[in-house]
Structures are given as C-alpha cells and as structure tokens.
Design a protein around this ligand. Structure first.
Ligand SMILES: [Zn+2]
Length: 212
C-alpha cells in the first residue's frame, strides 16, 4: 500500500514535470528497463544498508521475522522500512522526469515480482536468476545464516548484486526455514514500536557510557 501510494504520488509529480534528462523518445519497453535499473540501484543500497546498519535493521527485521515464506510476506514491512526502500528510487525517477506510464509499469512489476519472490515454492529458475530476483534467490536472502542472508539485495533485479559482489546462489536447496535471531514482538502494535524502543535503548546505553 505504501509502495502504491508513493508510486502514485511520484507519477503525479512526474506527469507535471516535462523537464529532466529522461529519454522520452525511447520505446516504452526501453524506458521501463531504464527506470527499473535506476530504481533498483537505489533499492539495492537501501536494502543493503538495512542489513548492515543496526538501527535500520531494527525496522527491516520485521519483514524478516517470518519463519516461513509465503506471498503475503511481500507486503509485511514496517512503514518506515517501506518508505526508506521506495522513496529514493521514485524521487530519482521523478526528478529525472520519468513519465507516469513508466512509474505505473514499475509499480506493477514490483508488485508481481514481490509476490513471486516470497512464494513458498522450491523452484529453480536457471539463467533468469542472473537478471531477475527470483524465489530461488530470495529464499537465500531470508536465511537465518548471515553468510547467506546478507546477500541478494535486489528487489526486482539481481544485476546490482552481481556487480557489487552480493549475488548468492548455490546448487544445494535453499533453507526452508527463515527468520531472525532476535525475539520480535508478536502483536502488530509491538512490531511497529519495536525499532523505536531499540533506538531509545541504544541512546540510553550510549549516554550511560559517556557518564564518568
Ligand atoms: Zn532483507
């Protein structure tokens, strides 16, 4: 829902902005491919930082908290985490002057690929995994083992993982169980408050360390 709202908003901005460096003369498919590559670059780093920076991980941990993948998990994000993932990419595209049609295609593709990658199916996708994020790649990403889970950050594409050295896909079966090591609250209200409580705890610990 957050994703669709932000995409919708950015489409409105882009519709009124005929400036920017966007190649409006290209065929639509090429514009969508360019939009996807650009948005994925931002989404890749937003996702990677969410795994590597503890205060961002506390928000993203909510998404990784499920013990089994199924397609509904594709919408299970803390709202701060969702905004952090989507806003940078759509802001870049809107500023570049990408048309509403491209934004709509990106929204549809992201929704479809998100449902696919979180589906609970053990499938092999062969060479497709070298271009797109697939259920095969994303099962590794949801592994509790950090050497497997801190990989495959692409939301729709795997090309940035290949380029930045975080692509991971081995010939053995990916883990069927996913999850996180920390104990997360089970209620929605607790999960929404969890990252803020953790942040307050970190700040208190830092203050205590500074005291003589
Ligand atoms: Zn993740």
């Amino acid at each position: 829902m957050v994703f669709s709202s932000v995409i919708g908003l950015s489409a409105l901005i882009a519709a009124g902005a005929h400036h920017g460096a966007w190649p409006h003369g290209w065929p639509l498919a090429a514009q969508v491919a360019l939009g996807l590559l650009t948005a994925e670059f931002a989404a890749y780093w937003a996702h990677r930082f969410a795994h590597e920076w503890p205060w961002l991980w506390d928000f993203h941990a909510i998404h990784h908290g499920v013990t089994r993948l199924w397609c509904v998990n594709s919408g299970r994000f803390h709202f701060v985490d969702a905004l952090k993932s989507v806003l940078p990419g759509v802001a870049i595209l809107a500023l570049a002057g990408a048309p509403a049609e491209v934004m709509a295609w990106l929204s549809a593709l992201t929704g479809y690929i998100g449902l696919m990658t979180h589906t609970n199916a053990a499938m092999r996708f062969g060479p497709l995994s070298f271009v797109f994020n697939t259920p095969e790649l994303h099962r590794w990403h949801h592994s509790m083992k950090l050497s497997e889970g801190n990989r495959n950050y692409g939301e729709n594409l795997s090309v940035w993982d290949l380029l930045f050295g975080t692509y991971f896909n081995e010939a053995r079966r990916p883990p069927a169980r996913s999850g996180v090591r920390e104990a997360l609250p089970t209620r929605l209200s607790g999960q929404l408050a969890y990252p803020f409580h953790r942040f307050a705890g970190r700040m208190a610990a830092r203050r205590a360390l500074r005291q003589p």
